[in-house]
Design a protein around this ligand. Structure first.
Ligand code: SAM
Length: 207
């Protein structure tokens, strides 16, 4: 079944001149975001055509926020290595966008908008039920299909990067999630690990 992930990037740069050789440093933890991206979209020998990923980057005073959207059904040149995935993000960030909420094409299957996280989560919710991923939420394994957003279209899961969601960021997601909050287990995991567990659960239920 179709599913979607939105990850908030607090530190990842929106400057397209970042070095592909320095994703964890100069690019401001872009490595965390591309790990989520590749874990969400890549399977062994292929790409999940049923999955969409949104990277909501907070941005800086100079460039403003960017939301980069990847569609597994049409993305090209996405490989499991972080460097090639980051190259697609870099290409998207180089697109000249204006703050009008419109996604501009950057590459086949990749588009970008000047859009803050607060707006991105609302737009994200327009295509299906949203679920907030949170250790304190309902157990993924025990959750009803409805809690996982599986009964109302393509569920969309929201998570953060290596930083906790600030209260306002949490509230923005919680509001559009209409209270759906799911935990994948008792440990705080890394985002890409959480994504893999969610995929696995939806894959099993979809069988
Ligand atoms: C590296 S974690 C952030 C950890 C950070 N200590 C915090 O308090 O949010 C990245 C994201 O993965 C998700 N996450 C991590 N562990 C989780 C769990 N056990 N269940 C559900 N989501 C989880 C959350 O959305 C979290 O924001």
């Amino acid at each position: 079944m179709r599913r979607r992930f939105l990850v908030l990037g607090h530190d990842a740069t929106v400057d397209p001149s970042f070095s592909l050789g320095d994703l964890a440093g100069g690019a401001g933890r872009m490595d965390v975001l591309v790990r989520v991206l590749t874990n969400a979209l890549c399977v062994s020998h292929g790409v999940r055509t049923d999955t969409e990923v949104w990277l909501a980057l907070v941005g800086d005073d100079e460039r403003g926020p960017r939301t980069v959207r990847f569609d597994g059904a049409s993305v090209r040149n996405l490989n499991p290595d972080e460097r090639s995935a980051a190259a697609l993000v870099k290409k998207a960030l180089a697109v000249d966008v204006v703050p009008n909420g419109v996604f501009e094409p950057a590459h086949p299957g990749v588009s970008v908008a000047e859009m803050p996280y607060s707006e991105a989560v609302v737009r994200f919710s327009e295509a299906g039920p949203v679920v907030l991923l949170d250790r304190e939420g309902e157990d993924l394994r025990a959750a009803a299909d409805e809690t996982l957003g599986m009964t109302g279209g393509a569920p969309g899961f929201v998570l953060s990067d290596h930083r906790p969601l600030a209260q306002e960021e949490h509230d923005d997601a919680f509001r559009v999630a209409e209270g759906r909050r799911v935990s994948v287990g008792p440990e705080w995991l890394q985002g890409h690990q959480v994504v893999t567990l969610v995929h696995d659960e939806l894959d099993r239920r979809g069988r």
